[in-house]
Design a binder for this molecule. Structure first.
Ligand code: PCA
Length: 215
């Protein structure tokens, strides 16, 4: 029997209050088209998560449990980001802010039994290095915010850890200004769509190239 190819899961987010058009969804769709040609030894799976406290993290967790990706890269946008922002940890905290369905988080903690913080398992520093080599704006961040991006990162890392699944998982914030209809309160970016796709592919390549995490 032919061995199944390892799976790369790429997720983006739908709209949320203040961001009617989420560029991460468009980028993930574009990467879903481009990535299989660049990484034919992998199966590339994409999903757009609802920006909702209950459904967003749950959908990410279900995907990880069912398709068992070896790499899970979550993308979202930040109104403060001016380039690729590589998130190195998720915290067990939910900001009391309404989601896309108008609902607040269920509780202040994301996982009552979970640790305070979980570290991304993708090669954050290597990713930064590789993006900068391509002259793309990139920075490391230890603070993914307390909203849905942090929640999905934390939840995926938590689920993978619970299942003892050695996944390379992390989160990338893109500038919200990448949107085709940016709002005046978005931080400006020099990143254009061609660079965003090239950067996304480079993030995948760096993650593939790094040896699997041992912890
Ligand atoms: N950005 C939000 C949630 C969805 C998105 O794209 C965040 O930074 O939490």
């Amino acid at each position: 029997m032919r061995r199944q190819r390892p799976v790369i899961l790429l997720t983006g987010f739908g709209p949320f209050p203040g961001v009617p058009e989420n560029a991460s969804a468009e980028l993930v769709r574009a990467l879903g088209k481009a990535a299989p040609k660049h990484f034919p030894e992998f199966r590339v799976w994409t999903a757009i998560l609802p920006t909702e406290w209950r459904a967003g993290p749950a959908k990410a967790g279900e995907l990880i449990a069912s398709i068992k990706p070896t790499i899970a890269l979550h993308f979202g946008v930040s109104r403060q980001a001016s380039g690729f922002t590589i998130e190195t940890r998720g915290v067990n905290f939910a900001l009391p802010a309404a989601d896309a369905a108008g609902l607040p988080p269920v509780s202040e903690q994301l996982e009552p039994e979970g640790p305070e913080a979980l570290h991304s398992t993708f090669p954050a520093e290597l990713i930064i290095e590789r993006l900068r080599l391509k002259s793309l704006p990139a920075e490391l961040s230890e603070d993914a915010g307390g909203y849905l991006c942090n929640a999905v990162l934390y939840h995926s890392l938590y689920r993978a850890r619970q299942a003892n699944w050695p996944i390379r998982c992390g989160f990338v914030h893109l500038p919200a200004a990448l949107s085709r209809t940016p709002a005046p309160d978005y931080t400006e970016t020099t990143l254009d769509w061609e660079q965003a796709v090239a950067g996304g592919l480079e993030i995948i390549a760096a993650t593939i190239d790094e040896a699997a995490p041992t912890s």
